[in-house]
Structures are given as C-alpha cells and as structure tokens.
Design a protein around this ligand. Sequence first.
Ligand code: FUB
Length: 308
Amino acid sequence: GFAQDQQREEELFKKLESSTNNPIITDKYTADPAALVYDGRVYIYAGHDQAPDDQERYIMNEWLLYSSDDMINWKEHPVPLKPTDFDWAIHSAWAAEVLEKDGKFYWFVTVEHNDSKPGKAIGVAVADSPEGPWKDALGKALITNDMTTQTDISWDDIDPTVFIDDDGTPYLYWGNQVCKYVKLKDNMIEIDGPIHTVDLPKFTEAPYIHKRGDWYYLSYAYDFPEKTAYAMSKSITGPWEYKGILNEVAGNSNTNHQSIIEFEGKWYFVYHNGSIPTHGSSFHRSVCVDRLYYNKDGTIKRIVMSSE
Ligand code: FUB
C-alpha cells in the first residue's frame, strides 16, 4: 500500500543520506545543474523534473535554486525563473548556465519557443544578484532554431554554456549532435560574428567550459545513454584534443549533465542521475555532487560516484 511504499522510500532515503551526501536534494526531482560560485556560496540552478511518477517524459515548467556555503547543507530559495517569464517562450525549463560579469548576473537558458519560431531556443535573463529577481534581458531569443540548421531536429539549439576569456571576451558554446560556439558582445546579449562548430567524438549535448591554469576544458555528454567526456585546449577557440571519459552513464538516467567548479580550493563535479529510489529515472532526475581531481599533466581523473 501507499503507506508501506512511503515508509520504504523514507528508509532508502535515510540509507542514501547516511552513506553519502548524494543526491543533494531528495524532496524534488532536479536536473541539469548550473553551478555558480559567488561570494563564498555555491548556487545551483536546476531544472525541475515535474512529470508524474508514472510518466516517462519531460515536464519541466520552472527552474529551482539551491545554495550552500559548505557543499553539504543546501538551502532552497523561492522558484527563481520559469520559461513563461520570457514572453516568447512556452515551456521546457531545460539546461542553463549562470555567470557574473561586471556586477550583473546572466542566466542563459534553454526553452521551447512559441509558434512563431518552433523548437528549442536559447534566451538570457539578467539580475543584480544571484538570487534575482530575474528578467528577460533581450525580449527575444538569442539563438533560435532557424539560425542554425545543421540538423533537422528541433532541439539542436540547447544547453548553453558561457565562458569569459582572460581578455574579457565572452564565448557561448551550445548544441545537440553538433557542438557550436560563437563570440558574444561585451553586453552578453548579442552574438558577435559567425557561428562555428567543434568536432568532438560522439558529441550529444551539454557542453561545459572551465579553465584551470593554462588549460581550457570542454566537457560534454557523450553518446547515448550519455557518459561525460572531455577535451582540452590551450585556447578557448581550440583546437580541442579529446581526452576520454570523465564520468560513466549516470545511474538510471539516459542523460548526464555536468558543471565543474572550484570552491574553497577543491574541485567539484556537479551532475544528475536517476538514483532516487522507486521513481528515479531519466525523467525523474536528482542533482549530485562529487569531488573532481586532476593528474599532474592537467588531465582529469575519472569521477568516482559516491552514491553508487
Ligand atoms: O533536461 C532536458 C535536457 O536533457 C537537457 O537540456 C539536456 O542536457 C538533457 O539533460
């Protein structure tokens, strides 16, 4: 019966929580974590997997926000943003990235565009603090499906990641099946020049850029079901050298979506899996955090999932 199921679920949660800290959120399904380190806190902006337990499809009508100053205790903030906060978008709080530039916070999102330009599109919201309030920065999409027709799918313009290079130039990377990038103008809300592509083995989606020392890292969801793989370069525009698998297929989830951050001298791999007992799945995902370690030559050691 329901009470027994609930008791079993609670016991499993307790076990999970006592052995590890993963998943970090257990009362809601959370996906595609975009992690931001700012002023002694880590903020995680995640899509909310809202499909009923018996439905295996994406229903994602809002993003959620959590923050922590110790990577152990997570505080939930009020719902910060929804796809419908963009006048031109209708649903799908898909993967995003949040970063700070010159005292403003920019939240690059994937959403479903309305019927004027059907398909997934990338928008930008802006705020004066990591907690918002957020508002559409542009009044229209930054990237739409009709700008980049490399494939015939309607979801090829998803999963933005933005990196500001040492000279201050912002670069947007994104894509599904084809990894694309473009320079952004200083204002963060206009593209600056042509769209390029990057050749990466078995690129599926979820590109993420970070830098450590002289090395740029481009990690991404590889193959399907997805593993996380990565490439390295001495420049933000490549050439990228493929370095191999970073993370295995995420327990019980076809997708894998990572952020890589340094916080108080330690590196972390922030991702999702489908590990919550009973209903965890590809469409009922949960954000997890594990440590990330480098080798002497700058390559990254495989992630050891602490929940499995
Ligand atoms: O959560 C919806 C989509 O699934 C994301 O945009 C992709 O990265 C994959 O995780």
